[in-house]
Write a protein that binds this ligand. Structure first.
Ligand code: 5GP
Length: 174
């Protein structure tokens, strides 16, 4: 298997995620419950590292969404495998996603939550913002890094199911 080149090393990654958690702590405060929605599979590692540094009472939901399949570009359709979200009964919600690209996946999820789950304040945290490809009118409230048109892997992000376990963010030269 090809070894990806390093885009963001482990230390920089963990340092920035901690900073991002502090931005989220400052926004929500430490008192009110926050419902963290982790979008699997890609956000698993980011969500774990981020939430270790969050200071408010947390509850977790895990959902599986996919718009890429095995390719390196969006299929244009969101596949939802287990959308069993509860009614949040006026509590705060933080959606945690690996990367926002066209914005299709997250637009779909945010609309769903607003229509079905009665959140109070819904915010969006992403590890990467790939602004260049945005097609939906959506920007993350909290974003650890921006990335250009590279296809990146590691720390949860895959290529054909592999590389999610890397403890850094890598990319391949085409
Ligand atoms: P969107 O719906 O915003 O177009 O796509 C978001 C999803 O596409 C992400 O959750 C992620 O699964 C996938 N994606 C977008 N860019 C990349 C990338 O550079 N690397 C990887 N591994 N996945 C990506």
């Amino acid at each position: 298997m090809n070894e990806p080149k390093v885009l963001i090393d482990t230390d920089s990654l963990y340092r920035r995620i901690k900073e991002l958690a502090n931005e989220i702590n400052n926004h929500f405060g430490t008192e009110e419950t926050l419902n963290v929605i982790c979008v699997l599979k890609g956000a698993a590692m980011f969500c774990t590292e981020l939430s270790k540094n969050l200071k408010m009472p947390l509850k977790f939901e895990y959902i599986t969404l996919s718009s890429y399949g095995n390719s390196t570009s969006s299929s244009g359709k969101v596949k939802s495998l287990n959308m069993n979200l509860p009614d949040f009964k006026g509590e705060n919600v933080l959606i945690v996603e690996d990367i926002i690209d066209t914005g299709l996946t997250l637009s779909f999820l945010i609309d769903y939550i607003h229509e079905n789950c009665s959140p109070k304040d819904t915010k969006l945290a992403v590890m990467f913002d790939k602004k260049i490809k945005r097609e939906y009118n959506l920007s993350p409230d909290f974003s650890a890094f921006e990335v250009d048109n590279k296809f990146i892997v590691g720390f949860g992000l895959d290529y054909q199911g592999f590389y999610r376990n890397l403890d850094y963010i890598g990319y391949f030269d085409n």
